[in-house]
Ligand binder design. Structure first.
Ligand SMILES: *Cc1c(COP(=O)(O)O)cnc(C)c1O
Length: 454
């Protein structure tokens, strides 16, 4: 029988994360203090993040960073995640390409996000922190953090984007089941939230605003730290466990990817699957292509600009050198809530600028069409976010069909869609809208970021 699924024994689960910063030909530009325009030091981040995460954020020297044993122990409950050869998807597409996917949906939280949530919760606990806070959009990060907080005995407070709080009640239930306290954002419990509600009482919320609220809570509450589920360097670092496992599993399958694909919100799952393979492009002359699949409604890599911008709407974060649509950008309300963020991680923004990766933008009907095909062939209902990676994979596989090339394609299945079935319902009813944003509108939002770079 042909082998479809590749799993690593516990002893082969990585003991270290891979820090691509250490080997980048051009290091990322410094993160700046917005008031002084001075590069930030790790200590400057200590009021917001726990110290170990702050140190990792700016670490450009250590190529390998040990995974603490208690974190690795938690990983072993769901890792290694399976690498699967998608034979039936290949057959349905009639492509000579070999398609593999790494299935991160098998984590207790249903997505890759737990890989970093466990690390961040552990480091907070180790430092004597009692409370952690965060924001969540679609609810995936909040769910992962709630679970991780419970595992390490921390209290967890989550600001959830108001529109998702209303539209995704089950994600809220999941967080509550794991013991977290949830507040819809914008809320009246913070200055940032009050300001936004005062300007517009009907504001539906955004990730940028929820971030502002969570940071404000962290800096004004003793023994409370903020955590972030994407974008930041230390989050992408923790996610490299995905690609490091995939590298060993691809070797078990006797293959090496020509193309690696991940959907793209702030970058963490894309970086996680890509960076371990990208190190062989940088160091060993491999020619793998890396494709980030972003939504057409929030196209920071394909239509944004590389410059300094805030990570949140209210402008509380340091200035980050990244591809951005402007921190005031209001993405259309697509179902892939986890991809509705205005910026991209600092590391991969530099790698994008330097030509180590590419990006494509995908409309939501194309993404769901690919997701349904995947469900019907491979038996897993993908998260709306992950559907973007599948759609990009389908595009590449169909190109192979035209050219007759049997390329090896690896994509990351970042999560399952069991809590997103209403989005699938809308797709089947033909009620899903495709959003594309005009160049004029993008220019208008990017102007805010331009002003910060004068
Ligand atoms: C959050 C999320 C994403 C997007 O975030 P990245 O940091 O870009 O990976 C993608 N897929 C799923 C399932 C998510 O929960």
């Amino acid at each position: 029988m042909r082998q479809k699924k590749f799993i690593l024994p516990e002893s082969e689960i990585p003991t270290q994360w891979f820090n691509i910063q250490a080997i980048m030909p051009n290091k990322p530009l410094p993160i700046l203090n917005p008031a002084t325009r001075e590069p930030l030091k790790a200590e400057d981040l200590y009021p917001i993040f726990c110290e170990e995460c702050a140190n990792q954020e700016l670490d450009q020297t250590h190529e390998w960073i040990d995974i603490p044993e208690p974190v690795r122990e938690q990983y072993t409950y769901y890792r290694s995640t399976p690498l699967v050869r998608a034979y039936e998807l290949e057959a349905a597409l009639g492509t000579p390409a070999h398609i593999y996917f790494k299935n991160e949906s098998v984590s207790p939280a249903g997505s890759h996000k737990l890989n970093s949530a466990l690390a961040q919760a552990y480091y907070a606990k180790k430092q004597g922190i009692t409370n952690i806070t965060t924001e969540t959009g679609a609810g995936q990060w909040g769910g992962a953090l709630s679970y991780a907080a419970k595992k390490f005995g921390l209290e967890c407070a989550v600001y959830m984007v108001k529109i998702s709080y209303q539209q995704k009640p089950y994600r809220r239930s999941i967080m509550q089941t794991f013991g977290a306290a949830i507040t819809p954002s914008p809320s009246m419990s913070t200055r940032a939230g009050k300001d936004i509600i005062t300007k517009n009482p009907n504001d539906n919320g955004s990730l940028g605003c929820a971030i502002s609220e969570a940071i404000e809570l962290a800096v004004t509450t003793p023994n409370c730290k903020y955590t972030l589920g994407s974008v930041l360097n230390h989050v992408c670092l923790h996610q490299t466990v995905i690609g490091l496992e995939a590298e060993k599993q691809m070797a078990m399958a006797g293959e090496y990817p020509d193309i690696v694909i991940g959907c793209f919100g702030g970058g963490s799952n894309f970086c996680g699957i890509s960076f371990p393979f990208m190190r062989h492009n940088i160091q060993d002359g491999k020619k793998t292509r890396f494709i980030a699949a972003e939504p057409a409604a929030c196209p920071k890599l394909t239509k944004g600009k590389f410059e300094y911008d805030f990570g949140d709407e209210a402008g509380l974060t340091p200035l980050l050198p990244m591809y951005t649509l402007g921190h005031g950008f209001k993405p259309a309300n697509i179902h892939a809530g986890g991809l509705r963020y205005h910026g991209a991680g600092v590391i991969l923004s530099q790698l994008m600028k330097d030509g180590f990766m590419e990006a494509v933008d995908i409309k939501q009907t194309e993404s769901f069409k690919a997701g349904v095909l995947f469900a019907r062939t491979e038996g897993i209902i993908p998260a709306p976010e992950s559907c973007h990676a599948i759609a990009a994979t389908v595009r590449e596989a169909l190109k192979c069909k035209e050219t007759g090339e049997a390329k090896t394609i690896l994509f990351n299945l970042s999560g399952h869609g069991f809590v997103d079935m209403s989005a699938y319902d809308q797709y089947f009813e033909g009620n899903l809208q495709d959003f594309e944003i005009s160049d004029e509108e993008i220019a208008r939002f990017i102007k805010d970021a331009d002003d910060l770079n004068k």
